[in-house]
Design a protein around this ligand. Structure first.
Ligand code: NAD
Ligand code: ZN
Length: 441
């Protein structure tokens, strides 16, 4: 049992605030600050004459869920390509080095869609998808010391154990223990799932499974962030936006005045374009098959556009003609193997660097003439824009808080959790950029 003081600034009078109806500001307070609502046991009011406010003392016992199974709603994918079904699932308590999170906002990234469609990927069903999200720590398992219930967090599809040679290297974010694994549907510690329906296991996705009101993740896949950051905005930093931004700023590293081509103008590509703008690129050429993307992309710094459908020669040749031999940097954000090859072949010889970000089909093979490498072009690839999720993500959140990075322009749609399939429809129709799914609606 602990107690807390708060002032109901809008309470009209002492008497009015003593009615049950006027307890509702407390509800909205907890909603606004996104804290789990405590169980009220006793509420006292007193008039503070000096501050002309009614002061309310709440004795509360935040009901602990630690160690207990939680029943909640989750959007379950039962079969490839079939609409998700909102089901009541059991979420087991976190085991050693795991945390259970209450997800407040999640969004849809194309990687969820690929593995849900399971075309050219390894199918694993029933599964709970979702990896771009923001939430609050509900409870922690044994051995977890740097996170506690109530912390505001972003779960990330690729983790950081902190101890392996990758985590200790300044160059890599490919943690030996927790790097992205799209085929694994179980927790690392015991090879079991934490989700079930009537005892039947439901598989996890990339260690996050955020299309659920509660989820369990390894502690190394969870970044603690500034609690003042609005989770309905910064949730998109937990995958797409950081990935695109980091692919340009950390991997392609264009110099001021350079020319950058971005293939695919979805959230990831537009964030890559934003990175190019921040780096001072003078020409940012957006390449997409969907012409509706072009107007939107101007807001993200794109200066020119190419639709490969408008040309009867390979797009790499079109770009080479536009740029006197090739672009200085290119970032590929579609996942299409031929686009990856174009993105490499359109960079200038001598110094050009191409960065692959899109997730290809499992059996795709990259084919190009080796002389393209001899001519001193460089091909790179990255997960999560080379950011180390736990160490680096909090500072990307701070970029938003300091107004160095705008997130609002990426968010074009919002849906209630029960309408999650609409987010899939928008993405499949190429409509909008990111769709926020509100878990409480
Ligand atoms: P999205 O669907 O919002 O955007 C993809 C864009 O690419 C669309 O505008 C589409 O019209 C365009 N496109 C598709 N095929 C094309 C082609 N052949 N040529 C030109 N344009 C084409 O997707 P998103 O969420 O922005 O994700 C983009 C890619 O990045 C996906 O492959 C996703 O899996 C991948 N991804 C990778 C990482 C990583 O860490 N490497 C992280 C997140 C997403
Ligand atoms: Zn993603």
């Amino acid at each position: 049992m602990n107690s807390m003081y708060m002032s109901l600034t809008n309470a009209p009078s002492k008497q009015a605030s003593l009615t049950c109806k006027n307890i509702s500001p407390l509800d909205s307070y907890f909603k606004r600050c996104q804290a789990p609502k405590p169980q009220f046991t006793r509420i006292f009011f007193q008039v503070s004459k000096r501050r002309k406010q009614i002061v309310c003392q709440v004795n509360m016992s935040a009901q602990s869920t630690a160690g207990q199974v939680i029943r909640c709603k989750a959007a379950v994918a039962w079969e490839a390509g079939k609409p998700l079904v909102i089901e009541e699932v059991e979420v087991a308590p976190p085991q050693a080095m795991e945390v259970r999170l209450k997800i407040l906002f999640t969004s849809l990234c194309h990687t969820d869609v690929y593995f849900w469609e399971a075309k050219g990927q390894t199918p694993l069903f029933p599964r709970i998808f979702g990896h771009e999200a923001g939430g609050i720590v509900d409870s922690v398992g044994e051995g977890v010391t740097h996170l506690k219930p109530g912390d505001h967090v972003l779960p990330v599809f690729t983790g950081e154990c902190g101890n392996c040679r990758h985590c200790k290297s300044k160059e890599s974010n490919m943690c030996d223990l927790l790097r992205i694994n799209t085929d694994r549907g179980v927790m690392l510690s015991d090879g079991k799932t934490r989700f079930s329906i009537n005892g039947k296991p439901i598989y996890h996705f990339v260690g996050t499974s955020t299309f659920s009101e509660y989820t369990v993740a390894h502690v190394g896949s969870v970044a603690k962030i500034n609690p003042a950051a609005p989770l309905d905005k910064v949730c998109i930093l937990s995958c797409g936006i950081s990935t695109g931004l980091g692919a340009t700023l950390n991997v392609a590293k264009p110099t001021k005045g350079s020319t950058v081509a971005i293939f695919g103008l979805g959230a990831v590509g537009l964030a890559a374009a934003e990175g190019a703008r921040i780096a001072g690129a003078s020409r940012i050429i957006g390449v997409d098959l969907n012409p509706n993307r072009f107007e939107e992309a101007k807001k993200f710094g794109c200066t020119e556009f190419v639709n490969p459908k408008d040309h009867n020669k390979p797009v790499q040749e079109v770009l080479a003609e536009m740029t006197d031999g090739g672009v200085d940097r290119s970032v590929e954000c579609t996942g299409n193997i031929n686009t990856m090859i174009s993105a490499f072949e359109c960079v200038h010889d001598g110094w050009g660097v191409a960065v692959l970000v899109g997730v290809p089909n499992r059996d795709d093979a990259f084919k190009t003439r080796p002389v393209n490498f001899l001519n001193e072009r460089t091909l790179k690839g990255t997960f999560f824009g080379n950011y180390k999720p736990r160490s680096d993500l909090p500072s990307v959140v701070e970029k938003y808080m300091n107004k160095e990075l705008e997130l609002e322009k990426f968010i074009t749609h919002q849906v209630a959790f029960r309408d999650i399939n609409k987010a899939f429809d928008y993405m499949l129709a190429g409509e909008g950029i990111r769709c926020i799914i509100r878990m409480d609606a």
